[in-house]
Design a binder for this molecule. Structure first.
Ligand code: SF4
Length: 463
């Protein structure tokens, strides 16, 4: 039996007559092209948004953004690979109209236009909102750790920095002594090599000095050599790897990422209000309902959300009684009397507020525990103390919202975890660039690519 016949490579009519014919009418690359062309590059702050009248012409930032968005959409993120795609990928040939910037130009564009790229990502969110692709009825907030472009071996503490600095100083002293002993009247190859080695030691010594200053300035215990914005967090082989904490606010109905931010916060506890507020500001709505997991439980953020018209639904982290063997009464056994600002213990005796605020909480103390039959189950001290967060009322209201609708947590899980899974797959789970500005640009490109996929599938499903 014969095989299906192919065309000859030397046949003049092998390929379509125009590049336009290579790209199908519904190809995502056409959406990238149309969307980027619709952006106001001057308002977004892209460099070279207006062409210069003098000097050597540069590449149009619109073309470079198109190339990057196409790359992130197709899991091609490195500038060298994107350069290659410009020569061999038919869709890229169509998109770039045979422009083929070198990898340095491509990388420089991403490095120099971080904020503008974040702005382009936000512009796509607003475009989709205006098209009615999502309603922002309920916003699910979540965070995930993304590996920074640095190895766990590059995590330094004060001890390690000082030890390396001492080693370098000893090495430098030895080189200087060698130079003193050598005949320097006629500097030879050996002398030049020593001077070069000394210059390298000096450079490294300055880096160590910067790292030490960084630790002192930020009050941290650890710094990542070569990537000082990242922090050891999350879990990995051989300890906590240098990472960033990426926060997202996702439309619970559609899985659309409305807002995202790359942070160096090691956990999510202080992120509820900033992320919710940024989402509300972006959408310019007066009210917003947000949901998050227990990691976001914070009295300060619960109160800040309430004050700003944000309805936060977060399970409140339980407060455990750390005293004794773990069997002593929890605070939940005590009733709070708001009118008298006091707690009532299980046998009906009052605990009055003592002293001022300490670590965001007030302390309440029982006046007299003598003769109490329950004392062995309540306290090992003479009297019992109970603490109350200064925004306990806001926490209580947040707790009651969660209890009133048990489906909220399921909606959160179903909506917010999928985007992270997809983006981590698209990014290979780690950043390529260093510094928080570079990672913000990378994440904005990933989110823009993810939202484009989401937008296309939503458009198809709604006809
Ligand atoms: S030990 Fe004190 S606070 Fe606890 S139940 Fe008895 S009287 Fe109340």
């Amino acid at each position: 039996m014969a095989y299906i016949a192919s065309d000859s490579r030397y046949q003049a009519t092998l390929f379509p007559a125009t590049v336009e014919e290579y790209v199908s009418t519904d190809a995502p690359v056409r959406i990238i092209d149309a969307f980027v062309d619709s952006l106001d590059f001057v308002a977004l702050g892209f460099e070279r948004a207006r062409s210069a009248n003098t000097g050597r012409p540069g590449y149009d930032p619109r073309d470079l953004l198109k190339l990057y968005v196409y790359g992130y959409l197709n899991e091609v993120r490195s500038s060298r690979r994107l350069e290659r795609e410009c020569h061999r990928n038919l869709e890229v040939l169509w998109l770039m109209r045979r422009l083929a910037p070198d990898h340095k130009t491509i990388a420089d564009f991403r490095r120099d236009n971080g904020l503008a790229i974040v702005g382009a990502c936000r512009a796509f969110v607003l475009f989709c909102r205006d098209q009615g692709l999502f309603s922002a009825r309920l916003i699910a907030i979540d965070g995930s750790k993304f590996r920074a472009a640095a190895s766990t071996l590059r995590i330094m503490d004060r001890k390690r920095i000082i030890a390396e600095a001492e080693q370098l100083d000893a090495q430098a002293a030895k080189y200087l002594a060698d130079l003193d002993n050598a005949d320097l009247g006629e500097p030879g190859d050996e002398g030049n090599a020593t001077m070069k080695a000394l210059a390298e030691l000096e450079k490294r010594r300055a880096e160590l000095g910067r790292m030490h200053a960084h630790l002192e300035q930020d009050g941290r215990n650890l710094v990542v050599d070569g990537e000082p914005d990242a922090r050891p967090m999350g879990f990995g082989r051989g300890g906590k790897p240098p990472s960033y904490n990426v926060q997202t606010a996702v439309d619970a109905d559609t899985g659309f990422i409305i807002h995202h931010v790359v942070t160096d916060e090691v956990n999510d506890q202080r992120m509820l209000y900033p992320v919710a507020k940024a989402t509300r500001d972006l959408l310019e709505c007066s009210e917003l309902m947000v949901i998050a997991d227990t990691g976001y439980s914070s009295g300060n953020d619960a109160a800040a959300c309430e004050a700003d018209g944000i309805i936060a639904c977060v399970p409140v982290r339980p407060v455990f009684n750390g005293r004794g063997d773990g069997t002593l009464y929890e605070r939940t056994e005590f009733l709070y009397d708001a009118e008298k600002d006091q707690y009532i213990c299980p046998i009906g005796r009052p605990l009055a507020r003592k002293g001022g605020i300490s670590r965001n909480s007030y302390n309440y103390k029982s006046r007299d525990c003598s003769g109490c039959d329950l004392k062995s189950r309540c306290t090992q001290s003479e009297v019992r103390w109970v603490t109350r967060h200064k925004h306990e009322d806001a926490l209580e209201r947040m707790r009651s919202r969660i209890e009133a609708d048990p489906t909220l947590m399921r909606q959160r899980r179903c909506s917010v975890e999928h985007p992270f899974g997809t983006i981590k797959r698209m990014m290979g789970g780690r950043f390529l660039t260093r510094g928080i500005r570079g990672t913000q640009a990378e994440m904005a490109l990933s989110v823009l690519a993810y939202n484009m996929i989401r937008g296309m599938s939503l458009r198809m499903s709604t006809g």
